[in-house]
Design a protein around this ligand. Structure first.
Ligand SMILES: C[S@@+](CC[C@H](N)C(=O)[O-])C[C@H]1O[C@@H](n2cnc3c(N)ncnc32)[C@H](O)[C@@H]1O
Length: 192
């Protein structure tokens, strides 16, 4: 089995090996959401897992939030927990073949979950899914790991991928991480 295939991720959920899941929206992303005024913007959350960010946005009145995951298990749980959430905004599939046009895309442990050789394709794909002036925000690890996933990285490496197509690329030490990720992540903001 390709160790990062759909089957790989499904099995991780079936076996409850979901150490990445923090059980709620992460604080840096929540702080960003809390200052957005227009709740009608079209948002995509790739590799959403159990979808805590989407649940938070939905309950806060955002009306056009889409989630996508390659594994069905977390999406089934998301639907169970969010019975009123629009089913058409829940996508089971591969981000790399997803089509759409979004104002905002959220990165929360999807980039570190894909094979590193796909990183440039990820940056290009995110860019292509954004409307003009659209943004991607989120967090990326600021450290390396011996084995992955998660795969870490450095600011200089990330800059190479994102500077190619984004007009503005901001990668800064995150000051409001959850305790277990303190000093180990960047907050990022990329503008198309
Ligand atoms: C490390 S988990 C993070 C889940 C969630 N973002 C969180 O923070 O709890 C990575 C997620 O990305 C999903 N994933 C991996 N490759 C994907 C792809 N190519 N397209 C869509 N989802 C993918 C996995 O199924 C998994 O749910």
């Amino acid at each position: 089995m390709d160790h990062l295939s759909k089957e790989f991720w499904s099995l991780r959920y079936q076996n409850k090996e979901t150490g990445w899941d923090i059980g709620e929206i992460s604080t840096p992303i929540k702080a960003y959401f809390d200052q957005i005024e227009n709740k009608e913007i079209k948002v995509l959350i790739p590799g959403c897992g159990y979808g805590h960010e989407a649940e938070y946005l939905f309950k806060s009145g955002f009306s056009n939030v889409h989630i996508i995951d390659i594994a069905q298990e977390p999406l089934i749980r998301f639907k169970d927990r969010n019975k009123d959430y629009p089913r058409v905004n829940i996508h089971l599939g591969d981000l790399f073949t997803h089509n759409g046009s979004y104002n905002l895309i959220i990165e929360q442990t999807m980039f570190c979950a894909i094979n590193p050789f796909l990183r440039q394709s990820y940056a290009d794909k995110i860019n292509s899914l954004l409307k003009p002036q659209g943004k991607m925000i989120g967090v990326l690890f600021n450290r390396e790991f011996q084995y992955g996933p998660p795969y870490g990285g450095t600011k200089n490496e990330y800059l190479v991928y994102f500077k190619k197509k984004f007009s503005e690329v901001m990668i800064e030490e995150c000051y409001n991480s959850i305790e277990s990720r303190d000093n180990s992540e960047f907050f990022i903001k990329m503008i198309k």
